[in-house]
Design a protein around this ligand. Structure first.
Ligand SMILES: *Cc1c(COP(=O)(O)O)cnc(C)c1O
Length: 498
């Protein structure tokens, strides 16, 4: 199986090359040249498999240049009880009106772990296959969640280093502690005196600095990135939609072959795109429900066919979805049009004017298969309270956005198809907003983040996840802050090059 760029189908690479490169030279995203399919019999068979074997079935179809052994090793290194707390990996919880797919049992309590726990192993395998003899340096600028998930994933993975920069005043206290206490011989963390854009620009400059990259090479290093457009981050996400379907068969919620809806709280469009690919492979999906917060550029796009990022940016209670450019949408557009010229045209309109409109045929496919909806912070918090009070199930803010939009969908359509809602974070990860939703009378402004953890625990009786509970007493290993101009020197220092 080969991969090609969404903007130029003549650039063809193996899966190992797609993973090492991350993004194609022309700025496009790598997509599989042909999407493999899975039969209904196979899905039925997979219902009796554990998560790891379900992952083997799906991943081997896409990683044609990996041996069976290599794939098994990547999977068992990532998806085990030590990292995910139980062999379920991504368990399904039944609510009265939907099935909740919990994707946050990994070490950082958010769904980014599902991909970032396995990406490092894909990466080291791919490096060997591509005969790269350098140590890979993953360089990350983060606004919070991705940095910690990448640190956890790459910590102590042979042949790699992981260096993370975060904005000094742009992350929560818990997020900062999560990064500063990171263990591992190959990790480095520093804060940047500036905002997220400063950190991101600094990282991009380092990637683009030819002379510096030459120097890194001479010292045995090569830069790479772990961001969400890497195919190696998308592939692991396809697996859990099949796994959810298998679990629904097992629980007797559906018969094999029955259709389901999938509802996903969406930011960069990676997670929901993985469900789309699962559908292309043969998973019986009726509707893809795309849930946004007040940054509702995708809701408008699904309704009108016009993508327009020229609008106000809102900071919301579901910050991981505060995004105006959903990069992975490009892959969906390519999959529908199969036309690199058209997609390149729309993408250049987007970078020139911040806006494009798809053709009628594409619009028709999207409005047939997708439902787009959004909700603001007030409705998000109301959904958290409603599901907690009514069913004693505690959702984080991102999951609550999805739940709210799913209810809107049912109200509007009356559709009773069994539905899977992707739950993307442990409620403790966004504890202030969650606690505020179920205990509106408590003044949380005077409480520190740890007080809120304990109060939420007291109120709900739900265990505080160990990695968060331990933070208060864990040793801080990093204390470096730098000006944005000095980031390059910090990289040299961390890699001990002159
Ligand atoms: C990243 C993230 C999302 C958005 O996922 P995309 O794949 O970018 O659409 C939603 N919820 C949480 C908690 C996240 O960390």
């Amino acid at each position: 199986m080969l991969y090609a760029s969404t903007r130029n189908q003549s650039i063809k690479v193996s899966s190992a090359e797609a993973i090492v490169k991350g993004i194609a030279e022309d700025g496009g995203l790598f997509v599989p040249c042909k999407i493999p399919s899975i039969s209904a019999e196979k899905i039925k068979e997979m219902a009796d498999y554990p998560y790891t074997r379900r992952a083997e079935e799906i991943m081997s179809l896409f990683l044609a240049d990996f041996s069976e052994d290599e794939i098994k090793k990547c999977i068992s290194s990532a998806y085990n009880e030590k990292n995910f707390g139980s062999p379920d990996i991504a368990p399904l919880r039944s609510l009265e009106n939907a099935e909740v797919l919990e994707l946050w049992h990994g070490p950082t309590c958010a769904f980014k772990d599902m991909a970032l726990q396995i990406l490092p192993y894909f990466m080291t395998c791919s490096i060997k296959k591509c005969k790269i003899d350098k140590e890979i340096v993953i360089l990350v600028a983060t606004s919070g969640d991705t940095g910690k998930a990448a640190l956890e994933g790459f910590a102590d993975v042979e042949g790699t280093r992981i260096l993370v920069f975060f904005p000094e005043n742009g992350v929560s206290k818990i997020q900062k502690l999560q990064m500063l206490t990171q263990t591992g011989k190959n990790v480095g963390v520093a804060s940047v005196l500036g905002n997220f854009d400063d950190a991101q620009t600094g990282v991009k400059r380092i990637f683009g600095n030819e002379e510096y990259n030459k120097k890194l090479n001479e010292n045995g290093f090569r830069l790479s990135s772990a961001n969400s457009i890497n195919w190696g981050r998308l592939l692991p996400q396809i697996v859990y939609y099949f796994s959810a379907y298998c679990d629904m068969i097992k629980k007797g919620r559906i018969n094999c072959g029955d259709k389901i809806n999938i509802c996903v709280p969406t930011g960069n469009f990676g997670n929901i795109l993985a469900s789309w690919y699962a559908g292309k492979m043969g998973l019986p999906v009726n509707k893809f429900i795309c849930a946004s917060n007040a940054n509702n550029v995708l809701t408008d796009f699904i309704k009108t066919g016009v993508y327009d990022k020229n609008r106000s940016f809102y900071t919301t209670a579901s910050p991981s979805m505060d995004i105006l450019i959903s990069s992975n949408l490009e892959r969906l557009l390519f999959d529908i049009t199969k036309d690199e010229k058209t997609v390149s045209g729309w993408m250049s309109e987007l970078s020139l004017n911040g806006k494009y409109e798809v053709d009628d045929k594409t619009k028709a496919v999207i409005s047939d298969k997708f439902f787009g909806g959004f909700c603001d912070d007030i409705s998000t918090k109301a959904s958290i309270a409603k599901v907690w009070n009514g069913q004693k199930y505690l959702m984080d803010t991102h999951t609550a956005v999805a739940y709210n939009v799913y209810e809107q969908y049912v109200d509007e359509t009356g559709d009773k198809t069994p539905t899977v809602i992707a739950s993307t974070a442990n409620p403790y990860k966004f504890n202030s907003a969650v606690f505020g939703s179920i205990a509106p009378d408590v003044d949380i402004k005077s409480m520190d983040e740890f007080d809120v953890l304990y109060a939420l625990n007291e109120k709900t009786g739900i265990d505080i996840p160990k990695p968060l509970a331990e933070l208060k007493t864990k040793e801080k290993r990093f204390d470096k802050s730098c000006a944005k101009e000095d980031m390059i020197n910090v990289v040299s220092e961390m890699l001990e090059i002159k």
